[in-house]
Design a protein around this ligand. Structure first.
Ligand code: 5MM
Length: 332
């Protein structure tokens, strides 16, 4: 039997984190277009290879979350991506949700899809080498109107059903209720929504008898909305993020990982360092690390621009950012 707790704890190894390289075709197309790169299945393969094929990433990464297409693609070393990761001691993971759609009961909110054929897909992903999985719910803040209780509750129920299925299939679940940065809300409001989301989630997880010790939680930091006009200091972000998590995430979880959510690489790194310091001071019970996509990839993509001759310099930019983010974890 697979020891899910051991895998979840290894994903939280000190000084290491998880690269989110699980952009769907739609998101990858938009992301690459930002850098003037037009996409195709092979261009997405080169995009993934830029990061997965970089020498030395195992020093900083315990796992990489992949998209289903990537599980079946090969790097420039002619190895399937999951095999190439395992050879370097990095766990391959897989995004298993199928994206969001408007929530019928509250049309300005989103609900995540993908439960219907999940058991069959999990068996397939496992055969293809995945050992952990991720499901993302998306929560929008609008004043005191959004999120609604009904949307929080339905997203929590789907996260719990996902986690239960994944544990039964012998894979580790990462539960990601992302609180969007977009909006005019205050940091204090973001803190309250993070806390409320996790309180709802953990009460629903208990109803579904999900084993807490083998789950990892992926969260947003508590930040003022991107249209609020407020710039938070890392200390403010750390204070409110750690307070929200201490109030809502039980000590038994294997760990908490942070998404970058549209922050610049430097902001996400500075905030992670301050959160690590604050969590240590507060005696927080769970290990913490990063699971960034954009904050780890953006500088490399800027250098790469889809051109073969730029790959070595782009990989150096990626490794330099990984080194900074990993160093942020040791801030005391
Ligand atoms: C929120 O996005 C997750 C973390 O990325 P950032 O650090 O850039 O915020 C990320 O894992 C996301 O879930 C994937 O990129 C997949 O996104 P889509 O939109 O393709 O489902």
């Amino acid at each position: 039997m697979t020891d899910l707790v051991a895998i979840a704890r290894s994903l939280m190894a000190p000084g290491k984190g998880i690269l989110a390289a699980d952009e769907s075709v739609h998101t990858a197309t938009a992301r690459l277009a930002d850098y003037g790169i037009s996409t195709s299945a092979d261009m997405r393969r080169q995009f993934r290879d830029l990061f997965i094929g970089a020498e030395g990433i195992e020093q900083y990464l315990s796992g990489i979350i992949l998209f289903s297409e990537t599980l079946l693609q090969k790097g420039s070393d002619k190895k399937l991506f999951p095999k190439s990761l395992v050879a370097r001691g990095i766990f391959p993971g897989i995004k298993v949700d199928l994206g969001t759609e408007p929530f019928p009961e509250s049309s300005h909110e989103l609900i995540t899809q993908g439960l219907l054929d999940l058991p069959e897909r999990l068996m397939q992903y496992k055969k293809q080498g995945a050992v952990f999985t991720k499901w993302r719910a998306v929560i929008r803040i609008d004043g005191d109107d959004l999120p609604t209780n009904v949307a929080l509750h339905e997203n929590a129920k789907r996260l719990a059903s996902y986690a239960k299925e994944v544990q039964s299939a012998g894979l580790v679940p990462i539960l990601e209720p992302e609180i969007l940065l977009e909006g005019k809300h205050s940091r204090i409001r973001a803190r309250a929504v993070i806390e409320e989301m996790f309180q709802t989630l953990f009460s629903v997880l208990a109803e579904h008898s999900v084993d807490r010790a083998s789950i990892i939680v992926k969260t947003s930091m508590a930040l003022s909305g991107s249209a609020s006009g407020k710039k938070d200091t890392p200390e403010e972000v750390a204070e409110d993020t750690v307070a929200a998590l201490v109030a809502s995430v039980p000590p038994q979880v294997a760990g908490i990982v942070f998404l970058s959510g549209g922050q610049t690489p430097d902001q996400a790194t500075a905030n992670l360092a301050a959160i690590t310091r604050r969590a240590n001071e507060a005696g927080a019970p769970w290990p913490l690390t990063f699971s960034f996509a954009r904050a780890l990839q953006d500088e490399a993509l800027e250098v790469w621009k889809g051109k073969e001759e730029n790959v070595p310099a782009a990989r150096s930019a990626f490794l330099a950012r990984l080194a900074k983010v990993s160093a942020a974890l040791s801030s005391m």
